[in-house]
Design a protein around this ligand. Structure first.
Ligand SMILES: [Zn+2]
Length: 303
């Protein structure tokens, strides 16, 4: 029987790496061990070198994009976006993002005495970065077909605190993302789409479909949620409209014009310990890290 040419057109079955949640958990722990990663502190500087050296160890080409950005109170923040590139020569690229700084003010804490204290940011910051470090480690062993850029964005969480007594501006958040969107690390940088991870570490998380993701990248939301549900994570990736959330993806969509979604735990509010002094390792759950990490790996290895 003659061989049909059609068989050559069948997409080969790809081997998706197995996301290791123990490893991701240790990457979250390691960041938290530095203490709060608030810009202009020693912990922040030490964690930046750690993140850059890990990405290099996994085989990424690394750029530390340094920027001086102005906070709501005119403090100049020495920020650094840490960028790791895999398959640099590939034109077809996907952008993976998480913020790595932690908030200087626990202004949602029930106790007003804690409002001026920094947040440890185990979930709000370290969880997304921990998942992306594990994805980077897997890519170091076995590259996907597409090009991948991982950006650890800085100064996301230095936004104007609720106790600060002047008129607020939404643009006081996501300063690292705003800087990168206006000054991409490669001229005319473009990715097919972006996936932002934020607060992806607590048990019983609810990843709803936020307004900005659905406005700019509904096809990516559907692709990712469908993949998660196929993998058995439908209890976390739920079919529900989420909130209108100011997060780094706003600027990736609106300034960099890259369709970008946010996988963020939001269901009529953020997680219980959001912007409090209790955002620590005791609330980090390996099952949630696994669900998010495996879903993102399955999406990118099938591109
Ligand atoms: Zn935050």
């Amino acid at each position: 029987m003659p061989q049909s040419n059609e068989t050559n057109k069948v997409k080969p079955i790809v081997k998706v790496p197995d996301f290791n949640a123990d490893s991701a958990y240790l990457y979250v722990q390691k960041q938290v061990d530095f203490g709060p990663r608030v810009p202009n502190t020693d912990a922040h500087r030490a964690c930046a070198s750690y993140l850059a050296s890990e990405l290099k160890a996994f085989g990424a080409e690394v750029i530390e994009q340094k920027a001086e950005v102005k906070a709501f109170d005119n403090t100049i923040l020495k920020a650094v976006n840490i960028i790791g590139t895999f398959n640099a020569e590939q034109k077809n690229r996907i952008l993976l993002l998480a913020h790595w700084d932690s908030r200087p003010f626990a202004d949602q804490d029930a106790n007003p005495e804690n409002w001026q204290k920094p947040v440890l940011g185990a979930n709000d910051g370290a969880s997304g970065v921990g998942v992306l470090l594990e994805i980077a480690r897997q890519m170091g062993k076995n590259l996907p077909t597409v090009g991948i850029d991982i950006i650890f964005l800085d100064a996301e969480d230095y936004g104007q605190p609720s106790f600060y007594n002047t008129i607020g501006t939404a643009d006081s958040w996501c300063l690292g993302a705003q800087y990168w969107a206006k000054n991409p690390h490669v001229p005319n940088y473009y990715a097919q789409y972006g996936i932002l991870l934020d607060m992806v570490g607590t048990a019983n998380a609810s990843f709803t479909k936020d307004v900005i993701s659905m406005k700019y990248a509904p096809h990516v939301v559907e692709k990712v949620w469908h993949k998660a549900q196929t993998l058995g994570y439908g209890h976390l990736f739920i079919n529900k409209q989420g909130g209108s959330i100011t997060d780094d993806h706003v600027y990736i969509n609106e300034l960099a014009h890259i369709p970008c979604i946010d996988i963020i735990d939001f269901n009529n509010g953020f997680f219980e310990y959001w912007h409090t002094v209790n955002d620590n390792m005791s609330h980090i759950d390996k099952n949630t890290l696994k669900a998010v990490g495996q879903t993102v790996l399955d999406v990118i290895y099938n591109e």
